[in-house]
Design a protein around this ligand. Structure first.
Ligand code: DQA
Length: 144
């Protein structure tokens, strides 16, 4: 089982976008940390970012075909994408939802997640380290 790490809109701007909220770590830094941790556990990683909802749906379907596990930070799509919800539901894969910030401490529109219903684990507020926590969880729980 490979691990698909999927990132939604504007996460390509990590490090420069609102560092007081999202930190100074870049998405490339996160990718490196995730790859190192997954490799130590013998797992392959497919790491993607897209600003487009449909592209993320395509990646989730790809993960389904690959029988992967998914770590997803859907970014703003978290709060309104039924398409991503449905793709995850159809995939029937282990899913960890990650948010850098603690969305529950922020604006009310961030308190709803259409993804959490399809997630086994939800991590929010641990910053970039949340992705490593997600990998750690999968390494511990994935069989085969
Ligand atoms: C985010 C939180 C979302 O509300 C926001 O739209 C993002 C990033 C996070 O990682 O904290 O783009 O998913």
């Amino acid at each position: 089982r490979p691990i698909y790490v999927l990132n939604g809109p504007n996460l390509n701007l990590l490090g420069v976008r609102r560092p007081e909220v999202y930190g100074t770590t870049t998405l490339a830094d996160i990718e490196e940390a995730v790859r190192a941790r997954a490799a130590a556990g013998g797992r392959e990683v497919e790491f993607h970012q897209s600003n487009h909802e449909g592209v993320l749906v395509d990646r989730i379907q790809e993960a389904r075909t690959a029988g992967a596990a998914i770590i997803i930070n859907p970014a703003a799509f978290t709060h309104y994408s039924i398409a991503i919800h449905d793709a995850l539901e159809a995939a029937e894969l282990p899913v960890v939802e990650v948010h850098l910030s603690n969305v529950h401490r922020r604006e009310a529109f961030r308190h709803t997640s259409y993804v959490s219903r399809q997630a086994d684990v939800v991590i929010a507020g641990a910053g970039a380290f949340g992705y490593e926590m997600a990998v750690e969880h999968l390494l511990r729980t994935l069989a085969g």
